[in-house]
Ligand binder design. Structure first.
Ligand code: ARG
Length: 588
């Protein structure tokens, strides 16, 4: 379906042409004076110069051509030359009825669907999942759902950090604690045990202990680096430990992400890319892209137009070790080979931007990706505490994700059981669902690149621009629809009629905007646009609800129309929160 704004624009274009002016002047926007009109056009002012005529005269001539039977009911020329527009209630109702017939509400999918790979989540195996990884998971999941909704072939890849120094640390600490394990016996040639020598609980304790110890003890650090090196060079016993770490951690990560409603299609990681490194490096050397710089192998990526210094991409350290740059380049080699993506979107902390500028430039320059492959960096800001500093626990440590979810869920549970009479097990389930909306909406309602303050009290409030408020609105609509059904009616034969009141019209106009909102949210990869929209839509609904007797309405056709509008509002809200990655409960 065409967007409502485009339909209004087309009608105004015709009026401009009929009045003898070029149609390019008919640019329609949402009104910035909603008290006066719904849409507006400033084209007469733009045309004044070209046609040597007072703008108000042009506006008046255009307005005279509007019949009032199309999408525009009323057009008014206002000095010095604005054209104020009010839509036709019957036309809007017809538009909404069309929207309601389609499960995507008339949104047109991408005409040339793309193969998109989204790199998000990015947790580091064996390190606890903390709030720093929360944003990537939440934003990435929403981007995945939005791009998929628009008809693209989208794959989400968690891109585990599973190849670094943390692995060497764990191996070193394990050897210190249990030196007699067969993994440390170089003479051992048998099969290693299937059972891991640690649990996830052990790992969670081992890593921080080893990491802290290494900071104080140089020889221990050297040992861990050496272990990392040997692991990366295929030492059998270490590979076996690595497998255990992976199995134990990935099972735990899967549980955590499932709790967050975040679903990855691929569970690949840095380790998977390693086998692509030797050939890649050889080619970069052979084709003259890479050169030695103080012993390190680098590719220059600076460009003439740079305003700040962009250092070369580091391919190999002087000791021959691969780096973060190397792994990300090799991952692109792998992705090109296996998936051939048209676009790769990285949802990563914005402090890593320089790294991605280097990697993208190097990948393009050296032909690792095709010329027309789009590489997108979606950098996000920091999640801060109320003190404006990166979010921490009360004790000052890094907040574990599980604890954060638990804190919010407990808070929600208190609220739900305080206010209402809900059965125990339902209250628990509901608290979890609503808590998730508080966390995700609290994050997504901000422009991703900005830092934001994680404010538990505000995010869990049932009022204001919050997830729980949106869910509360959906639950309210569901409850009205349920009562309507309990009164012996069906929901199947509704038909939306032209609005009879200001608040009803305002709600209808909000609902009609869905298509434009989706288009922008998709083009700009901006879930916050969806949040802003559903907040407006929920507000418009609540105003309508307070001013309208829906269940007591005696005119049956009118009541059916209200019910139709409620259903559509509920469905749009549900679709939007699904795109944001959360859901609504039955009651709350
Ligand atoms: N594991 C990394 C970190 O915790 C994030 C990975 C981002 N993705 C990538 N392809 N580099 O910082």
């Amino acid at each position: 379906m065409k967007k409502i704004l485009d339909l209004i624009t087309e009608e105004l274009e015709q009026a401009f042409e009929e009045a003898g002016y070029e149609k390019e002047l008919a640019k329609v926007t949402l009104s910035n004076r909603p008290d006066l009109c719904e849409y507006q056009c400033n084209g007469a002012m733009a045309g004044a110069k070209k046609y040597h005529k007072a703008p108000i005269m042009i506006a008046e001539e255009v307005v005279a051509k509007i019949t009032g039977d199309g999408s525009i009911r009323e057009a008014e020329a206002v000095k010095p030359g604005f054209i104020n527009l009010k839509t036709n209630p019957d036309y809007i109702a017809g538009y909404l009825n069309e929207m309601a017939k389609d499960d995507k509400f008339g949104v047109e999918e991408e005409k040339n669907p793309k193969t998109i790979l989204i790199d998000y989540g990015g947790p580091n195996v064996a390190k606890p999942l903390h709030v720093g990884h929360l944003r990537s998971a939440i934003i990435g999941e929403s981007i995945k759902r939005i791009t998929r909704f628009m008809g693209n072939r989208v794959t989400g890849d968690i891109h585990l950090g599973d190849w670094g120094y943390q692995m060497g640390l764990i191996i070193t600490e394990l050897r210190k604690r249990q030196p007699n394990l067969p993994y440390f016996d170089d003479a051992f040639t048998g099969e290693y045990p299937e059972e891991p020598p640690f649990t996830i609980g052990d790992l969670e304790e081992i890593y921080p202990a080893a990491s802290a110890y290494a900071k104080e003890h140089e020889d221990y650090r050297e040992e861990a680096l050496e272990a990392t090196f040997q692991l990366q060079n295929g030492k059998r016993g270490y590979r076996a430990i690595w497998n255990h770490i992976m199995n134990v951690s990935v099972a735990d990560l899967k549980k955590n992400y499932a709790n967050l409603n975040v679903e990855f299609d691929l569970w690949k990681g840095e380790a998977d890319a390693q086998k692509y490194i030797p050939d890649m490096v050889q080619r970069l050397k052979d084709e003259g892209y890479a050169h030695l710089d103080e012993g390190a192998l680098v590719v220059d990526v600076k460009e003439e137009t740079d305003t700040k210094e962009i250092p070369p991409c580091m391919i190999l350290k002087s000791d021959g070790a691969a780096l973060y740059d190397t792994t990300d380049l090799a991952t692109l080699v792998e992705r090109e080979e296996l998936y051939h993506p048209d676009e790769v979107i990285y949802v990563v902390d914005k402090r890593q931007e320089l790294h991605f500028i280097q990697v993208f430039r190097c990948a393009k320059k050296t032909g690792i990706v095709r010329e027309d492959t789009k590489l997108t960096f979606l950098g996000f800001g920091t999640m801060n505490g109320k003190d404006g500093k990166p979010f921490k626990t009360r004790e000052g440590g890094v907040m574990r994700l599980e604890h954060l979810i638990k804190d919010i869920t407990d808070k929600m549970y208190e609220k739900i059981t305080d206010n209402r009479t809900v059965a125990e097990e339902e209250a628990e389930k509901t608290a979890k669902i609503v808590g998730m909306s508080a966390i995700k909406y609290g994050d997504l309602s901000n422009q991703a690149a900005k830092d934001y303050i994680f404010d538990v009290d505000r995010f869990t409030s049932f009022e204001g621009n919050t997830g729980p408020y949106i869910l509360y609105t959906i639950v309210r609509i569901k409850s009205i629809l349920n009562k309507y059904k309990e009164n012996g009616n069906t929901l199947d034969d509704t038909r939306i009629l032209g609005a009879g009141s200001e608040s009803e019209k305002a709600l209808m106009l909000e609902a009609a905007k869905f298509g434009s909102v989706m288009e922008t949210a998709y083009q700009e990869l901006a879930p916050h646009k969806i949040c802003a929209y559903i907040y407006d839509l929920a507000n418009a609904f609540n105003r309508f609800y307070h001013e309208t007797k829906i269940l007591a309405e005696e005119d049956k056709a009118k009541q059916k129309s209200y019910i139709g509008l409620l259903k559509l509002t509920r469905d749009i809200l549900n679709t939007c929160i699904d795109l944001l990655g959360f859901e609504a409960p039955e009651r709350m």
